[in-house]
Design a protein around this ligand. Structure first.
Ligand code: HEM
Length: 195
């Protein structure tokens, strides 16, 4: 009969020796030991993986200089030019929606709104209701205007305000060079201060 390769520990090796003998004496115990070892390795690997550094999120998009724009100027910021902010307007206010690139960037669900006045699209809840030229929204009903204002508020909470969307013939406001877009202050409040 082939001799067992496992070393049998003498009885006087004490408690641990007894356990060792029990384990090596039976193939079932050896198999269980191997399974436990495998699980321990897997658990340790899991812990080590968790301790890997979390990838740092991309830096926030650079702030834009505070500025008012015509619809034509706004169109340049439709997300199709790399490294250019994405802007959209609602109810006469332009917001920097670059951090929402997954919504407004190329292939995003709301890409049609980028670089455009999205007021009518929000009012009618149709992404393709955006015009290429200035859109006079005075024909919207009170309910539709209510919806536009709610979207304006929602976007204003999340995105930085860049400036006013200019009506045809309206002049851009003058802002100091170091003035950046602001998140909360509406152009009306700004105007009041400047009066
Ligand atoms: C059946 C139709 C629609 C469904 C199921 C839908 C669903 C959603 C969902 C789930 C979000 C939240 C996404 C997130 O925060 O991860 C969202 C955001 C949004 N939706 Fe829709 N949507 C629909 C139609 C529209 C339409 C027609 C418009 C525009 C006219 C629109 C404009 C927006 C905008 C602007 C946001 C916010 C994106 C942001 O945070 O910047 N949605 N939509």
């Amino acid at each position: 009969m082939a001799e067992s390769t496992a070393k049998v520990v003498e009885a006087d090796d004490g408690f641990l020796g007894g356990i060792y003998n029990e384990i090596v004496a039976s193939p079932v115990n050896l198999a269980l030991l191997a399974a436990i070892g495998y699980l321990v390795v897997k658990i340790l690997q899991g812990w080590l993986r968790k301790e890997e550094p979390i990838p740092t999120p991309p830096p926030p998009p650079p702030k834009m200089k505070r500025q008012d724009m015509t619809v034509q100027e706004l169109r340049k910021y439709d997300g199709n030019t790399p490294d250019t902010p994405i802007l959209l307007a609602v109810n006469g206010k332009i917001f920097n929606v670059t951090k929402g690139r997954r919504f407004y960037g190329p292939g995003g669900p709301y890409e049609a709104l980028a670089g455009h006045d999205a007021s009518r699209a929000f009012a009618l809840f149709q992404t393709d209701s955006v015009k290429e030229e200035y859109d006079d929204i005075s024909d919207l009903t009170a309910t539709e205007m209510q919806s536009v204002k709610e979207w304006e508020e929602q976007l204003g909470d999340k995105y930085d305000f860049v400036g006013k969307l200019l009506k045809p013939g309206e002049e851009a406001g003058k802002y100091s060079d170091d003035e950046e877009e602001k998140s909360e202050e509406s152009p009306k409040e700004e105007d009041k201060k400047n009066d």
